[in-house]
Write a new protein. Structure first.
Length: 160
């Protein structure tokens, strides 16, 4: 069942839906402890009852949380509240690569910049044996940030 704005999971208040995919729904939320906006990915109820799917979700969250690279989404928390399993991650403000590609053609320089950023992120994941997860079903976003204006690999933080 989708969450509604105002719903609270631990210290995280749901603000708005961002998107949904096969492994869950993603929401913009507010972390009341650190007073910042984050993204919360919630495992759907039917998958929360599936021990294999739940184990996969937890394994994926732990795998990505172990990575530390500017081109890979940061995971902050993983929790269960009354049978609702969720992962908390940085909120990426930007557009998906799919959206960018469908809106206009890119010049070769931008294409190379994106390709290099993706390759660097995948290389970091590969070095920790996470490449199989990151490469399968990856969501790619162009993050708007003063510290990193490039492309970031994420799984489930962007609108579907």
């Amino acid at each position: 069942m989708p969450l509604t704005p105002g719903c609270v999971l631990g210290p995280y208040e749901i603000l708005a839906p961002l998107g949904a995919g096969g492994m869950g729904e993603v929401y913009r939320a507010r972390d009341s402890r650190l007073e910042r906006e984050i993204a919360v990915k919630v495992l759907p109820e039917h998958l929360s009852r599936d021990t294999e799917a739940l184990a996969r979700f937890e394994r994926e969250v732990k795998t990505v949380a172990a990575l530390n690279h500017p081109n890979i989404l940061a995971i902050h928390d993983f929790a269960n509240q009354s049978g609702t399993f969720y992962a908390v991650m940085e909120l990426l403000d930007g557009e998906t690569l799919r959206g960018r590609l469908s809106s206009a053609a890119m010049g070769w320089q931008k294409t190379v910049e994106i390709g290099v950023a993706l390759a660097e992120g995948l290389s970091a994941a590969h070095a920790t044996a996470a490449a199989g997860w990151v490469g399968g079903g990856v969501g790619t976003m162009m993050a708007r940030s003063a510290s990193w204006p490039g492309w970031r690999a994420s799984k489930g933080s962007a609108p579907a």
